[in-house]
Design a protein around this ligand. Structure first.
Ligand code: PEP
Ligand code: MN
Length: 349
């Protein structure tokens, strides 16, 4: 349920409504837009009788939120959510490109790739230190050492770090080194993990499960938002279909559908959604043309030797071309690439 306040409602009137909601044992989520303040009431709203609010001054209207996700819905927050990550704007008119290797493998590989991503125009660096692998015998990631290397790459390039967190106990160490916690497709419905990253108040990149519906993705986002964490990006990374020509099928529909259902930024992953480097740039262009707010792309200096996902990783020069093409597509849909973050002090440009 949401209570829309009149545009000239006073702070006292807003506080009075909030206190009345909280007296019912429910949580309130305030959304202060340019035009109006909306008080979202989430939880088991059966205990709330709308007539409790009759005659309270400052209220314009009381309406139910029809979707099962509340805080994630456009009904609750009509304007696009935007925020910054170390100064990098996410979710506004600009488009961000996150890139880097699937896995952090060693210092040389990571630093070379990070510099190449920066030179090609990337905005943030991705790289897995904790890897969710289908086989228990496959490379599982470097763990905390991998995170240390990511932090070193940030020091050298100014690129913020996006890395996966696979379990609740990894959250503190990932927060110590990284800037964005990625929830992988396989963990999209790991509710204790969603709860914990929600409580962390740390920026989250939430990937769609490979067999999850758009509504299930939004319900997963709701878990994070319901703990007061508003810095959530959604990521379409391809879904499983009967088609075997590609690793997954890019659900390009999901981009405009999500943009209409939710105010959260939408990022497209053309690497996992195709599984082949040769298709990555075309699908990256399609994602931005469809309205995505950014991309997350796998890049490797020596894809043939990669310890995971080499077949879908772009070499740096191909990635540079992707950034050029995506910039042109962004301009065609009245967007532009975000400015690159400043180089750290003391690093020659
Ligand atoms: C990844 O980003 O490397 C990854 C494992 O992605 P997903 O969770 O989408 O499979
Ligand atoms: Mn990968």
């Amino acid at each position: 349920m949401m209570i829309v306040m009149q545009s000239d409602a006073t702070q006292e009137q807003i506080s009075a409504v909030v206190s009345r909601v909280e007296a019912n044992g429910l949580k309130v989520h305030l959304s202060r837009g340019a035009e109006r303040t909306v008080i979202g009431i989430v939880g088991d709203i059966r205990v709330v009788q709308p007539d409790q609010f009759n005659h309270m001054p400052g209220i314009a209207q009381i309406t139910p939120i029809s979707r099962p996700y509340k805080l994630a819905s456009r009904e609750f927050i009509s304007e696009d959510t935007h925020f910054t990550i170390n100064g990098l704007p996410v979710g506004g008119s600009s488009v961000v490109v996150v890139a880097g290797p699937c896995s952090v493998e060693d210092r040389t590989q990571l630093l070379e790739t990070a510099h190449a991503v920066r030179e090609a125009g990337g905005h943030a660096l991705r790289g897995g230190a904790f890897k969710p692998r289908t086989s228990p015998y496959a490379f599982q990631g470097l763990g905390e050492y991998g995170l240390e290397l990511l932090a070193e790459a940030r020091e050298q390039t100014g690129l913020s770090i996006v890395t996966e967190v696979m379990s609740v106990d990894q959250i503190p160490v990932v927060m110590q080194y990284a800037d964005v916690m990625q929830i992988g497709a396989r963990n999209m419905q790991n509710y204790s993990l969603l709860h914990a990253v929600g409580e962390s108040q740390y920026p989250v990149l939430l990937k769609r499960g490979m067999s999850a519906t758009i509504q299930e993705l939004l319900m997963a986002a709701e878990y994070v938002l319901s703990h007061g964490n508003r810095r959530v990006m959604l990521c379409e990374r391809g879904i499983r279909t009967f088609e075997t020509a590609t690793r997954n099928t890019t659900d390009i529909n999901a981009v405009p559908v999500l943009k209409s259902l939710t105010h959260l930024p939408v990022i497209l992953d053309p690497s996992h959604s195709t599984g082949h480097w040769a298709y990555v740039t075309a699908i990256a262009r399609a994602g931005i043309a469809a309205g995505a707010d950014g991309l997350i792309v796998e890049v490797h200096t020596h894809p043939e030797a990669a310890m995971s996902d080499g077949g879908q990783s772009l070499k740096p020069e191909r990635f540079a071309e992707l950034v050029r093409q995506v910039g042109a597509v962004a301009a065609a849909v009245n967007r532009e690439l975000a400015p690159q973050p400043a180089l750290p002090a003391g690093v020659p440009g």
